[in-house]
Design a protein around this ligand. Structure first.
Ligand SMILES: *Cc1c(COP(=O)(O)O)cnc(C)c1O
Length: 394
C-alpha cells in the first residue's frame, strides 16, 4: 500500500466526508511545484484553491512567519498589535480610504460585510441584499443563503431571510429586484467558482450608479480575485468602479488563514464595540504573513508578471482551442482563467493529475486554471504540453 493509500484509510475512518477528494497527499511544496508523500512531483496551477497566490512557501512569507513565531503568535483583540495596524494600512493604501475588520476566512469576511449592511439599514427597516446567480460567498448559513446556487442550500432550510438573487451581468434584473427593503448589492467581479464569469464594464458602472442614487452599499467579494491575480491588486481596479465594501481572504495570507472586510469612509464606523468580533482575527502571525505577501508582490513586480503571463497563457490556450474542438470558450482576466468545454471537464482534470498537473474543474464543464502569479513562461509551456497531451487522449 502506498503512503497516500494509508492516509486515505485514516481519513475514511476519522475525517468527515465533506469533500470530493482525489487521492493526492501532499508533503511539501515550493513555488509552483509540489511533492506528494510518495515522492511524485506535480506542477500546481491551482495552488491551494488560489490561497498560495504567490506560490507555495514563498521565502519572504516563510521568513516572516518564522521570525514572528519566535516573538508572538496571538494577542486578544482588546489589545493592540503593530502588525495588524500595519496590515490594515497596507490594504487601505492599495485600495480605497477606509477601515478594515479582520476575520479568518472568506465566509467570515462576507459575514462582516452583511452584518455591516444590516446594521446600516436597520433604522430604515432595510435589510435585503441582492446577490447574483452562480455566485459563491462561502459556507456559513448566511453565506449559503447569499450564494446564488441551489446546490449549497439543499437540506439546510430554513435559511435566513433577506437575500434576493438575480442573473449576473443583468442590470435590468437588479432594477426589478429592488424593493423598499433593499440595502446592498453584493457580487464577485469575476465569479470564479461559478465558472469564470467576468462582470461587464457597463454593468459594474450601472451598479455603482444605482448604489449611489439609492444609498445602497456596493459590496465586492474579492476573496478569490484579489491580491494581484486579476492584473491589478484587486479586480475592481480593472473597472474604475470602487465598491463601498470589499472582502478579502484566500491569497491575502499567502497560506495563513485570514479574512478581511474593508469599508470605505462612509461605512467604516458602522460596526462598533459589541456588534462584531473575532477571537483569531488579525493575529500577529497571520498579519506578518499577509504583509510579506504585499511585500513580495511589490518587490518582485508580480502584478506585471500576472498580466504578462496571463496574456501568454491565454495565447497558448487559444492555440490549443484551434486543435481541440471541444474547447468552447476561454475566459480570462490576467491569471484568472476558465476554459469552458462542450463536455464534462472532470475527466480532463483527473487525467491532468495523473500527468502531474494540478488544475480544477467547476460547474461541470469549466477547467479553472489559476497558477501562482509568479509563474514562469517555462512552467506555462510545461502545463500547456500536459494539457495538449490530455486533450489529445480524450
Ligand atoms: C472561497 C470563497 C469564499 C469562501 O471563503 P472561505 O475562506 O472558504 O470561507 C467566499 N467568496 C469567494 C468569492 C470565494 O472564492
Amino acid at each position: 500500500m502506498s503512503k497516500t493509500d494509508s492516509v486515505v484509510k485514516i481519513y475514511d475512518k476519522y475525517i468527515m466526508n465533506t469533500y470530493k477528494r482525489v487521492p493526492l497527499c501532499l508533503e511539501k511544496a515550493k513555488g509552483s511545484k509540489v511533492w506528494d508523500i510518495d515522492g511524485k512531483v506535480y506542477l500546481d496551477f491551482f495552488p491551494g484553491w488560489a490561497v498560495s497566490g504567490i506560490g507555495h512557501c514563498h521565502p519572504l512569507i516563510v521568513r516572516a512567519i518564522d521570525k514572528q513565531a519566535k516573538k508572538l503568535l496571538h494577542v486578544s483583540n482588546n489589545y493592540y498589535s503593530e502588525l495588524q495596524a500595519r496590515l490594515a494600512k497596507e490594504i487601505i493604501s492599495n485600495s480605497f480610504p477606509g477601515k478594515v475588520f479582520f476575520a479568518n476566512s472568506g465566509a467570515e469576511a462576507n459575514e462582516a460585510a452583511i452584518k455591516l449592511a444590516r446594521l446600516y439599514g436597520h433604522n430604515k427597516g432595510r435589510f435585503e441584499v441582492i446577490t447574483m446567480t452562480k455566485s459563491f460567498h462561502g459556507r456559513t448559513l448566511a453565506m449559503i443563503t447569499a450564494t446564488g446556487q441551489d446546490k449549497v442550500k439543499k437540506g439546510f432550510e430554513p435559511l435566513p431571510h433577506g437575500f434576493v438573487h438575480v442573473g449576473f451581468n443583468d442590470i435590468e434584473a437588479v432594477g426589478e429586484a429592488i424593493t423598499d427593503k433593499t440595502i446592498a448589492i453584493m457580487l464577485e467581479p469575476v465569479q470564479c467558482e461559478g465558472g469564470i464569469n467576468i462582470a461587464r464594464h457597463e454593468y459594474m458602472k450601472a451598479l455603482r450608479k444605482i448604489c449611489d442614487d439609492k444609498d445602497f452599499i456596493l459590496i465586492f467579494d474579492e476573496v478569490q480575485t484579489g491580491m494581484g491575480r486579476a492584473g491589478n491588486m484587486f479586480a475592481y481596479q480593472n473597472y474604475g468602479v470602487t465598491p463601498d465594501v470589499m472582502t478579502l481572504a484566500k491569497s491575502l495570507g499567502g497560506g495563513m488563514p485570514i479574512g478581511a472586510c474593508v469599508a470605505n469612509e462612509k461605512f467604516q464606523d458602522v460596526l462598533t464595540p459589541g456588534t462584531h468580533a473575532s477571537t483569531f482575527g488579525g493575529s500577529p502571525i497571520v498579519c506578518a504573513a499577509a504583509l510579506a505577501v504585499f511585500d513580495a508582490i511589490k518587490k518582485e513586480k508580480l502584478i506585471q508578471n500576472a498580466n504578462r503571463m496571463g496574456a501568454y497563457l491565454k495565447k497558448k490556450l487559444e492555440s490549443l482551442r484551434s486543435k481541440h474542438h471541444f474547447i468552447k470558450e476561454i475566459r480570462t482576466m490576467a491569471l484568472i482563467v476558465g476554459v469552458e468545454l462542450t463536455m464534462k471537464a472532470e475527466g480532463i482534470y483527473r487525467e491532468c493529475l495523473k500527468e502531474g498537473l494540478l488544475i480544477n474543474c467547476t460547474q461541470d464543464t469549466v477547467l479553472r486554471i489559476m497558477p501562482p502569479i509568479n509563474v514562469t513562461k517555462a512552467q506555462i509551456d510545461k502545463a500547456i504540453s500536459i494539457l495538449n497531451k490530455v486533450f489529445t487522449k480524450v
